[in-house]
Design a protein around this ligand. Structure first.
Ligand SMILES: [Zn+2]
Length: 201
C-alpha cells in the first residue's frame, strides 16, 4: 500500500492496536493490520467496521462498570441517534446528554441502566442478564478502574453478527419495569452498605 502523504511504500504490521477510531482509550483490537510509513503516517486496515462497532457496543453495555462519557457517545452514535433523539428516549434534556458525553457530569446511576437497556433493545439482546448480573456488578465497581476491552478480528468477522437494520425502541412500559427493578437494587445495596457499616463497629 502506498502512503497517501508521501507516496512511499508502507510496511504492514499485524498485531494489537488501540482502537482510536472508537474514541475510547480502553479498547484494543488484536490481529489487525496497521500500515506504517517512514514519514509517520499510520493507517489501520479494518474490515467490516459496522460489525466491529456493533460488537463493541454489546461489550460496552455488558461491562461490569458504570458507563463513562465517551462510552455514552459511542453507544449513541452506534445507535445512529442524534443527541436530541437520544435525550428524548431516556427522558432528559439534550444539554444533559452533552454534559455526560464531555465528562462534565456523571449520569445518575438509574440512567446508566436505562441507557444500557435502550442499547440492549437496539442490539436485540434481552435485558435479563443486564438486570440480574451485569448492572448490580457495575454498581459495586463504581469508581474502580475500567478493565481493558480486547476484540480479536475473528470476533467481529463471525457470520452470525448482523448489523441492526434500524434502531429499536424501548417502550415506556419497559422503562417503568426497569426503573422499578433498579430502585429495588439501589435500595438493597444501601441496606447492604448499612449492614457492612454496622459489622465494622
Ligand atoms: Zn509517508
Amino acid at each position: 500500500m502506498k502512503c497517501p502523504q508521501c507516496k512511499s511504500e508502507m510496511a504492514a504490521i499485524t498485531g494489537r492496536h488501540r482502537y482510536k477510531g472508537s474514541g475510547l482509550d480502553h479498547v484494543f483490537l488484536t490481529d489487525v493490520e496497521v500500515f506504517e510509513c517512514s514519514c509517520g503516517e499510520r493507517l489501520m486496515a479494518l474490515p467490516r467496521v459496522k460489525d466491529l462497532n456493533a460488537l463493541l457496543g454489546r461489550k460496552l453495555i455488558m461491562q461490569p462498570s458504570l458507563l463513562g462519557g465517551e462510552e455514552i457517545r459511542f453507544l449513541r452514535k452506534n445507535m445512529r441517534l442524534k443527541a436530541k433523539d437520544f435525550a428524548d428516549k431516556i427522558g432528559v434534556q439534550q444539554s444533559t446528554v452533552s454534559r455526560w458525553e464531555k465528562g462534565k457530569q456523571q449520569p445518575d446511576i438509574h440512567v446508566d441502566f436505562v441507557i444500557r437497556a435502550l442499547c440492549a433493545a437496539h442490539y436485540g439482546l434481552g435485558a435479563k442478564e443486564l438486570i440480574d448480573v451485569i448492572w448490580p456488578e457495575a454498581l459495586k465497581n463504581a469508581g474502580k478502574e475500567k478493565p481493558k476491552i480486547e476484540l480479536s478480528k475473528a470476533d467481529w468477522m463471525e457470520p452470525v453478527l448482523e448489523a441492526p437494520q434500524k434502531p429499536a425502541s424501548i417502550s415506556e412500559n419497559d422503562i417503568e419495569i426497569i426503573a422499578a427493578r433498579v430502585s429495588q437494587l439501589v435500595a438493597d445495596r444501601m441496606k447492604n452498605d448499612f449492614h457492612e457499616t454496622r459489622d465494622d463497629l
